[in-house]
Structure formats: C-alpha cells, structure tokens
Write a protein that binds this ligand. Structure first.
Ligand code: CAA
Length: 260
C-alpha cells in the first residue's frame, strides 16, 4: 500500500514502519496517525510478521510530537476528538497488538512522540535521543495516553516532574528511570532491535500474544490481570504451539511454531 507519511518494509518476519516527515521532525498529523493505524493493522493480520519495529526517518527525531500547526486553532470539542481518535486509532491499538512492537527511538521523542514510544511494548533508544512531555509549555496536557503510561513506566513522582517541568531527559536518564529498555549508539540502534526480535522469533507467537494480553490487563482499570493470566494460561493448552513446544522439548529438538 502507498502511504504519504510513512514507509513500510518486511524482512525476516519483521515489519519495519518508518515515520517519514523529517522536515517536520516526524510530527504526527491526523493523516500520519491514520496511515500508522493501517500499517499496524496490516502487520497484525499478516501471518508472516512476528515482530514490528517502529522508528522515525532521519537522524534527528523519532517523533517531535503531535503536529502543533494542525491543532493550534482547535476548539474544546475538536481537542477532545483529536485525543479520543488518536487513542482509539493508534495508541491503544499498538499497546494491545498481539505481536511485540519495538520502538527504535532514534532522536527526539516528545509529546505525542514519546506517547507513541510508550504505547509500544519495548523501547530502545540511541545515545542522542531526548525524551519529554512538553505539552504544558504549550498550555495543553499530554493527550495520547502520556499521563497514564508515563506514570506506569517511571512512577507517579517522576511522571509529574517530567510533565510539570516539560524538561527533556537524555537517553541515559531515560534508561536509569526505566523509560527505555536499552541505549545504543545510533549506528547500532536497528541492530539492537533486531537482536531482540531474533530472540522473540524463536518462541510461540500465540503464547507471546496471550502473555501481552495478560500483562496489559493488569494495567487496565476494568480488568483483573491475574484472572486474565489464568484464562490465557489455560487457553495455551488448546493451541498447536503448545503441543509443538512441549513435544519439541521432550524430543530434544528445536520447536517449529506456526503461531496457531
Ligand atoms: N509539530 C509541528 N511541527 C513541528 C513539531 C511539532 N510537534 N516539532 C517540530 N516541528 C517543525 C518545526 O516547526 C520546524 O518547521 P519549520 O522549518 O517549517 O519551521 C521543523 O519541524 C524543525 O524544527 P525546529 O526548527 O524547531 O528544530 P530545532 O532543532 O530547533 O528544535 C525541537 C527541535 C526542540 C524538537 C523543537 O522542534 C520543538 O520543541 N518541537 C515541538 C515539541 C513539542 O512541543 N511537542 C509536543 C507537541 S503537543 C502534543 O504532542 C500533544 C499531545 O500529546 C497529543
């Protein structure tokens, strides 16, 4: 499919999605959010894809936020709809995807950009990355899940500090705070993400998807994570992947998972 604002490529069971508005530091306008939503849905539906890696084009930015030019004159209702649409179309979609999504944070991840990285399951940052939620400096608040997911990742105190000061933190501090899993040289960023993807690809896609669902349930107000774990654990016993994984162990061979 042809896109205006993103590029996609599949290789070795990995879908690479690159946000490609480098002149605007990959800022997220509505069209880009719609295209990303479609690309993630396609990746989820494609049986050949096991892992998705999301990054920004150029060496400067992952995503510098929601597109300020687009929403500068919005009314209260338009602001609410921008946020609600974004949650539904992209940020919640990515978080609840059953295939692991790795954010390769290659530069600025600000506002909606950090919120997008935080909705991914795993974050790897390059040394030059700068992260922050600067929305209050514009007189608005994080609107793509940042008030919730930042507190989940770094704790309430650090989240309030980051939001209230609007200060950007560097990759080293982000690592120290638990906001990113790894920090690498920029030239090795994709390689590091691919190394993680390689380890993921050895395992049962079905079980990984079910585990993501159980982990997410623990962070969802209306759900009981332990109950979801019990259900998903039980469901595993009815999958072909479980039969294959246990047979392979007993037969002392490597499993060949079909994701079924
Ligand atoms: N929206 C729209 N355009 C943006 C943008 C954004 N979020 N961030 C950068 N750009 C554009 C700039 O306007 C500039 O375009 P022009 O050349 O046409 O003027 C271009 O990208 C390059 O940016 P700068 O010249 O500013 O580059 P810099 O190196 O001097 O500064 C920066 C880099 C510190 C990231 C700075 O661009 C910046 O502060 N950007 C805005 C960051 C921000 O506030 N993000 C939060 C947005 S609000 C949000 O995300 C709401 C939400 O939660 C839903």
């Amino acid at each position: 499919m042809a896109y205006n604002n993103i590029q996609t490529e599949s290789k070795d069971n990995i879908l690479y999605i690159t946000i490609n508005r480098p002149k605007q530091l990959n800022a997220l306008n509505r069209e880009t959010i719609g295209e990303l939503s479609q690309a993630f849905k396609d990746g989820e539906a494609n049986n050949d894809i096991q892992v998705i890696i999301l990054t920004g084009s150029g060496e400067k930015a992952f995503v510098a936020g929601a597109d300020i030019k687009e929403f500068a004159n919005y009314s209260v209702e338009e602001g609410k709809s921008l946020s609600a649409d974004g949650h539904k179309k992209l940020f919640d979609l990515v978080e609840s995807l059953r295939k692991p999504v790795i954010a390769a944070v290659n530069g600025f991840a600000l506002g909606g950009g950090l919120e997008l990285a935080m909705s991914c399951h795993i974050r790897v940052a390059s040394e030059n990355a700068k992260m922050g939620l600067p929305e209050v400096s514009l007189g608005v608040i994080p609107g793509y899940g940042g008030t919730q997911r930042l507190a989940q990742l770094v704790g309430k105190g650090k989240a309030i500090e980051m939001v209230a000061t609007a200060v950007m933190i560097n990759a080293e501090d982000a690592h120290h705070w638990g906001l990113v899993n790894h920090v690498t040289f920029q030239s090795e960023l994709l390689e590091k993400c691919e190394e993680i993807a390689k380890a993921i690809k050895k395992n049962s896609p079905k079980a990984i998807g079910n585990a993501i669902k159980a982990i997410n349930a623990g962070f969802d107000e209306g759900k009981n994570g332990f109950e979801e774990e019990i259900n998903q654990f039980g469901n595993s016993f009815g999958t072909a992947d479980f039969k294959e994984g246990t047979s392979a162990f007993l037969e002392k061979r490597k499993p060949n998972f079909k994701g079924e």
